[in-house]
Design a protein around this ligand. Structure first.
Ligand code: SF4
Length: 474
């Protein structure tokens, strides 16, 4: 299920069983496969398709509004930002959490009716609202377990801890459960259960001193919960665009650290701890976070960082990206290491396909990246190759050199790009350079599209195509 289908199904699930939603969605998605088609839908047609889920008029109105809002505000895509998601029609906190966790791998713990009941019976919370139960659970369990725990508690609530007839005698969590042991009045039914006889208890379940922490382990084993693949589970990324890529791939739950420059998507700024900068990460902090993989890039992070990680026995992987083709290689490499090879392959193959075609020699293009002193991205860098792919001719010395005023003039650029980062070029700089190079075109451009490889390479190619005189042919 893609993010769009997931958000639609979750909106439909309000006051409705999952089985009913599953019966409804195939016809709905066949008729409205994306936000664009839903935005144009007729109210009566959507009502007819979702009638059996209850509250169908309201749900139909919300779904059409959802499609329209996605088209108007997010180019038809479901946003991964909690605030933007929560602002969509029909999407409350619970729906937002479900979508964040399941579509984007964002650690979140949406409390539905099953989780609310099971958590209170297990004594994990005494709160009386889903929001407060959620807060209690989030306090008790490590962030990386939230998504798994969400599914485990729902599964347990459906299969074992039924609302009216909990199967306490065969429950694998009985020894952890004050309600099942008769120590607590059932907060759901308001009665005290008679404890099961010792011989009726399932074997192999021990009473724990720390029930909160043990529950996940027991539940994983007993309930057939997720089996962790051998891929890394605690990742620190020291590369801003790689951090963003991991979130795009739904691996946010495994991100335990980032640099202070890893700031996209915005919500990670408040949820994932920082470990310093890209050039000078805090190695002690990295060690304390006990990562099983640190991701690096050879231009972005100094070799000394990799050496220090090796000395501490922390595994690392360093990418090397100078061209757009390197991105395809890096996508596959990361996909294999992180256990998302299929996702990576689709993106790498699409990227390679977009590079096919004859290249022409377009305007001499200078991509400046800094002022005082001037610095540019040379033809042998990733931004240089991005421009070359669409027929522009990147100019300048190799790598990221500094340039004097006279060296700048000697390059005789026909197109000058002023990105919004790393230096924040503005209209004043644009006007100054335009005066100095009256025959050149001077453009302010999106710095992240130009320099953030992997997570924004497609956006970078789109930007370069928009600048190229051969955009129709490339
Ligand atoms: S012991 Fe009973 S009440 Fe407790 S979690 Fe198991 S089924 Fe639910």
């Amino acid at each position: 299920m893609d993010p769009f289908q997931l958000v639609v199904a979750t909106v439909l699930s309000a006051q409705c069983t999952d089985a009913r939603v599953n019966l409804t969605t195939p016809a709905l998605f066949a008729r409205y496969p994306d936000a664009a088609s839903l935005a144009e839908a007729r109210q009566d047609e959507v009502e007819a398709l979702v009638r059996s889920t209850g509250f169908f008029r309201n749900k139909a109105r919300n779904l059409i509004g959802l499609g329209q809002a996605l088209m108007a505000r997010h180019s038809g895509h479901v946003p991964s930002d909690p605030a933007a998601l929560g602002a969509l029609p029909g999407v409350g906190q619970k729906t937002a959490n479900v979508v964040l966790a399941n579509a984007f791998g964002v650690p979140a713990l949406a409390v539905d009716t099953h989780i609310f009941r099971v958590a209170r019976r297990l004594g994990l919370s005494t709160a009386t609202t889903p929001e407060k139960v959620e807060a209690d659970l989030c306090r008790r369990f490590p962030r990386e377990d939230w998504i798994g725990l969400h599914h485990q508690l729902i599964f347990h609530g459906r299969r074992v801890c039924d609302a009216r007839r909990p199967e306490c005698a065969s429950c694998p969590l009985l020894d952890l459960c004050p309600t099942g042991l008769g120590e607590l009045v059932d907060p759901h039914l308001g009665v005290r259960f008679t404890p099961a006889l010792e011989g009726q208890r399932p074997s192999g379940v021990r009473k724990s001193d720390t029930p909160g922490m043990t529950l996940t382990i027991e539940a994983s084993a007993s309930l057939g919960g997720r089996q962790r693949p051998p891929s890394p589970q605690r990742i620190i990324s020291l590369v801003p665009s790689v951090t963003e890529l991991l979130v795009q791939w739904g691996l946010a739950a495994h991100l335990v650290g980032r640099t202070r420059y890893c700031i996209e998507p915005r919500w990670i700024r408040t949820t994932i701890p920082t470990v310093g900068g890209t050039k000078d990460p805090d190695l002690g902090r990295i060690r304390d976070l006990a990562p099983d993989l640190v991701l690096l890039e050879r231009d972005e992070n100094p070799k000394a960082v990799a050496d220090a990680l090796t000395a501490m026995g922390i595994p690392w992987l360093a990418l090397e990206i100078h061209t757009v083709k390197d991105c395809a290689v890096a996508l596959r490499r990361l996909g294999a290491v992180l256990g998302v090879l299929e996702t990576a392959e689709v993106r790498a193959a699409a990227l390679e396909l977009s590079l096919k075609g004859r290249r022409r020699k377009g305007p001499r293009t200078l991509a400046l990246i800094w002022r005082d002193p001037w610095m540019c991205a040379g033809p042998d860098t990733y931004p240089g190759d991005l421009l070359r792919q669409t027929g522009l001719t990147p100019i300048g010395p190799a790598r990221y050199p500094t340039l004097t005023d006279s060296e700048l003039e000697a390059l005789a650029p026909q197109l000058i790009l002023l990105p919004s980062e790393p230096f924040r070029f503005n209209q004043r700089h644009q006007a100054g350079l335009q005066k100095r190079f009256p025959d050149a075109v001077v453009r302010l451009v999106d710095g992240r599209a130009l320099t953030w490889y992997l997570s924004r390479t497609e956006a970078g190619l789109e930007l370069a195509r928009s600048l190229s005189p051969f955009s129709q042919q490339t």
